[in-house]
Each structure stands twice: as structure tokens, then as C-alpha cells.
Design a protein around this ligand. Sequence first.
Ligand code: SF4
Ligand code: SF4
Length: 122
Amino acid sequence: MTESEKKIIDGIDVSGTWSEFLPPKRIDFDANNRELAKFVLEKEPTFNLCIACGTCSATCAAGNLTDFNIRKLNVLLRRGEIEGIKEEIEKCMFCGKCQMACPRGVKTRNVIFNVKKAIEKL
Ligand code: SF4
Ligand code: SF4
């Protein structure tokens, strides 16, 4: 791209396409480890009702004090991206605030409890 083809707005170079700024993320569900999610779903079927709205994260006691994000954890778990989940789940204080706030009735405490239980077996 020549200098004359560049698009500059407020001194910032915004030439190019969105895909250059935000490369597409591909999730390979088959290659991921979905065993943990399957175990949790079996023990706590309400886990399937999660719409990833984030209300749980907004009320999370641990999330206010650390970088813990229960919504993100739920999403990664469902995708089967479980690397680092053991360390992450330890930040949960098991207070249950997230469960009271969840608009979908996901029994988040039991989800977390079962994730911990399953991790011990891994
Ligand atoms: S509040 Fe409930 S539905 Fe929303 S992200 Fe949390 S668990 Fe999922
Ligand atoms: S139970 Fe865990 S995830 Fe839920 S609000 Fe409390 S600290 Fe956050």
C-alpha cells in the first residue's frame, strides 16, 4: 500500500480491512476436551441454560477482588478450552451470589462444585 492509498483519521492509520485488525478466531470443538463439560452437564443440567449474559460476573464476589470471571469460565468450559481452569476455579469463594442473580436459573454453585470434583479426577 502506497502512502497516498493510506486512510488516516485523526492521525491514526485506519487503512486495511477489519479482518486485519481482528483476525477470525476458529474454535475446533472436536479437538477440544469436552469431557469436563459433559461431566458437569450430567451432574447439573441447568448448566445448559447459560446464555453467557454475564450477570453472574457482575455480581461475583471473587470477580470484584481478582480477575476471576465466572461467565468466561462457563464459556471456556462449554467450548472445552480447559487449560488453566484448575487455578482459575480456586479463586471462587463459593458464596453463591452468582446463582441468586442468574436470570436463567443456572445453579452456578453446583456447576463450580462439579468442576472442582471433576478436576480432582483429571
Ligand atoms: S448469569 Fe446465568 S445465564 Fe448469565 S452468564 Fe451467568 S450463568 Fe450464564
Ligand atoms: S460463588 Fe464463586 S463465582 Fe459465584 S459469586 Fe461467589 S465467588 Fe463468584
